[in-house]
Design a protein around this ligand. Sequence first.
Ligand code: IFM
Length: 491
Amino acid sequence: MSRWNSFNRREFLSTAFGAAASFSIVPPGRRLLGELLHPQSKFAPLQFPEEFIWGAATASYQIEGAWAEDGKGESIWDRFSHTPGKVKGAATGDVACDSYHRYKEDVALLKALNLTSYRFSISWPRIQATGSGDPNSKGLDYYKRLADALLEAKIRPLCTLYHWDLPQKLEERGGWPNRDLVARFTDYVDITVRALGDRISHWCIFNEPWVFTFLGYARGIHAPSRKNFAECMRATHVVNIAQGQAFRAIKAINSKLQVGTAFSMAHCQPATSSDADRQAADRAHALGNVWFVHPALHGEYPKAFPGDNPLDLMGVKSGDMELCRAPLDFLGINYYRRQLVSAIPPGAGEDATGVHNFDAHDGPLTDFAWEIWPDGFHDLLMRIAHEYKTTPLEITENGCSYLDCPDEHGSIPDERRVQFMRGYLHGLGRALLHGANVRAYHHWSLLDNFEWAEGYAQRFGLTYVDFRTQKRTIKDSGHWYAKLASTGSLT
Ligand code: IFM
């Protein structure tokens, strides 16, 4: 077991009051705590706890490239991006940031940024080209080398087992709506964790299960590009069972391994104060935020439909909910957006929830037109901390896309990203003060990279990547974040 075990066992912010107590305030004119909690003072300097973990995140398909190298099979994202018309600018992840070959350079970047955690993902078709059968040792060796380089640099590897690159062959056998995927996925997880569990102690089973089921199977704007609500709902149930079974498979290998999932979450705010909109916002929270949390922690689906949840449509069988149960060691939260929610008459498809939710646009917008509203982050964290009291939280992603380029000196002055981070980290800091048990923050992303259907048209990196030369340059925001990571002082 790696040296990170002692790190894991540290008492971070074990209770709500402990969190507040260990969270000290830089004395700007010796303000009182009450004064700091006052909304007027929310941008006062804050000191994060010494043990707080600062990190950055990426994902295999978005950075690795080497799409057909060393025995890697085709994934649904290879197929999607190679299909004309699916991705902006006909972009693909064939090369992306070429991190498969440049991972040492990327670990050096993390080190230069003073980060102590790196969230990355494993490409399933690198380990099993067709999604089943014997492992590809070259694929496993790549991730061993990456994990070793991180440990050498004293950076905690936080590894996601599935960040959307399903082996294409499994999609051809029905994809996530097919219950057979549970056994296939559990087998892949077992192989991978047996090979890497001596080096990697922290695991995320899935990245954003809502996103890959709904955008992939209901809306068709992500791979595998299907548009069928019933299939999507079945996929959500299969993913929930797979999460439970993968959790047990990992714990059977080593019960000390720390296992969670990175869930996409938005702050769901009723569009008006009417009862109908409030109830709709609760349903949006149930389906969009905790549809994959509640079955794991409580063995049941949260109420997301005006009538009963459509368990038959989802293919729920007797005994399934016990399979979904998994006492996750932490909840990963990927937070980007606030949504306004209003009630509509329930219809078919996604409308069956009787919810109309849309991105709020009251605050300033990033270059991706996503609203900047740090209070939403604070409020969502407080809600999750309240609803799932005892489970520690890690921010597994948060970030923004700005298209700033190198200036005449070769620097990337991305002041807007600095302001974004300052705002969101204040929101996070206030959540800690208010008792939320959050122990880590990972910025999305370490590098500008392949942004799914947007191709390379969005830049989320702390590091600028020139995709013609693969030259990496730390942006001004990266330098700012490096200082925060080394001091814990948010000024
Ligand atoms: O790039 C994605 C990532 O893969 C999952 N979370 C959101 C990011 C920004 O869209």
